[in-house]
Design a protein around this ligand. Structure first.
Ligand SMILES: [Zn+2]
Length: 446
């Protein structure tokens, strides 16, 4: 078998690997390159693989950096199946149509594909269930719950000719996690391709519920505004669930309004409600009698009009709006309205990449430019660091440690430093295991 690394090799985005056996070729993920790399136009370059051999695509989860290039496969003549879980499909629909729409709206952005292309590729989707092996050519494939976002999977592939087992981690969850079932172990594998996003970090103990309780108390006492830039998938639902708990526990006034100001997050929350079987046990129990994503004074801003009215509301309010790194979206309107007020708290709950407005503010910028409006930053800037949805170093090593027969670990999906640090740790913990750090377009024989 050979694996070619067509993305997420010494970087975190553009996840895509091509696995070839005797007759069969599988693509694992076909994600978008994001951030500065995107400017290089990597997304529109045809991958250097043998398309005649490409039999099927396996999608680990619905994040854009894993699924964002899927519609481009049509252009390259691919008419085979794209395998994914049912929840992933529901989220992928949201993500891909949104991606097609954004490209149309933004100036200077290359239009990679249209709604029609998304329609077509979705017709090629085949649903799979966790823990149920199925066959594609030379391979037997099993999806396991990765505990990262709703529907996310680790993929275990067996070469029927040689019996060799290879696991692709996908993105691994920060398990145990507030909404989802724990990450499923892979009990046996010869080779593992594993993510290394936080390969150099050990997460702090989760305390986001207490942290948000303090922030809300401060806002309630001074009639201030809380702005939370948030990603639509998973993070926004986690935030809603925290407010649900705080209101139930009386740590937040029932009448304090929370605005979910993101059509995409509203739709993603609907998808969450369709899959209570994927929640962890505690949340499943609650969901039998109560909606964990709904509470008194929650306002869903499904229209732009409702979003615009928020600025006229005097008094305490919480606004959860996209985009998560403040690179666009409705959160920017709230920056103009509220960031100049010292009673505002701007709360970061996720990673802020270099070059984004979120990062600029987090790093202490005195003012920011929103569509030509210079806004002086007087708001209090806060950060909750414990809401990561990725496994840390200890969790990754633990996950690898469950694999009987492991002889090779291939580290991907990480910046260079975290990946190097993790490589050293893997060598220490598993001295007999070969560690590989592929670069873009490198092919490794296994
Ligand atoms: Zn992900």
């Amino acid at each position: 078998m050979k694996i070619k690394f067509l993305g997420a090799a010494s970087m975190v985005t553009g996840s895509c690997y091509f696995l070839t056996g005797k007759e069969t070729g599988l693509l694992i993920d076909y994600g978008m390159f994001q951030g500065k790399i995107e400017e290089t136009g990597l997304n529109s370059i045809k991958p250097k693989i043998d398309f005649d051999k490409l039999t099927a695509v396996l999608l680990t989860h619905a994040h854009l950096d894993h699924c964002g290039r899927l519609p481009l496969l049509l252009r390259y003549g691919f008419r085979g199946s794209v395998f994914m879980t049912e929840a992933t499909k529901a989220l992928v629909e949201l993500v891909l149509y949104d991606s097609a729409k954004l490209a149309k709206e933004e100036e200077n952005k290359v239009i990679l594909y249209t709604d029609e292309d998304v329609d077509k590729i979705l017709k090629q989707v085949q649903l799979v269930e966790y823990d149920k092996p199925f066959a594609v050519g030379d391979f037997e494939i099993t999806f396991l719950d990765a505990g990262h976002i709703l529907g996310s999977a680790t993929v275990l592939i067996k070469d029927k000719n040689t019996g060799k087992l290879i696991s692709f981690s996908g993105d691994l969850g920060n398990t145990p996690e507030p909404l989802l079932s724990p990450t499923h172990w892979v009990n046996k594998a010869d080779v593992s391709v594993v993510e290394s996003t936080y390969g150099d970090e050990i997460h702090k103990r989760r305390d986001e519920v207490e942290e948000l309780a303090k922030i809300v108390m401060e806002a309630e006492s001074e009639n201030g505004t809380v702005i939370i830039p948030s990603f639509s998938l998973q993070r926004s639902q986690e935030i809603l669930y925290i407010f649900d708990q705080l209101k139930k526990q009386g740590k937040m006034k029932a009448e304090t309004p929370v605005f979910l100001d993101s059509p995409m997050a509203i739709k993603a929350t609907e998808v969450f409600r369709e899959f209570p079987n994927l929640y962890n046990r505690k949340l499943q129990n609650q969901a039998k009698t109560d909606d964990p994503f709904d509470f008194p004074s929650l306002v869903l801003c499904d229209t732009l009009e409702k979003s615009r009215q928020i600025k006229n509301l005097v008094g305490v309010k919480i606004i959860v709006a996209g985009s998560g790194m403040m690179t666009g979206g409705r959160v920017l309107h709230h920056v103009i309205s509220f960031l100049g007020d010292s009673k505002t708290q701007l709360v970061f709950v996720g990673y802020q990449a270099d070059g984004t407005m979120g990062r600029q503010i987090k790093d202490g910028a005195d003012n920011v430019n929103v569509w030509g409006n210079i806004v002086t930053v007087k708001a209090k800037i806060k950060e909750i660091k414990t809401m990561s949805s990725h496994a840390d170093q200890v969790q990754i090593l633990n996950w690898l440690g469950k694999m009987e027969g492991l002889s090779q670990v291939i580290l991907t999906h990480g910046e260079e430093l975290p990946r190097l640090v993790l490589a050293e740790k893997v060598r220490q913990e598993f001295p007999n295991v070969k560690v590989s750090l592929p670069v873009l377009d490198e092919e490794i024989e296994i």
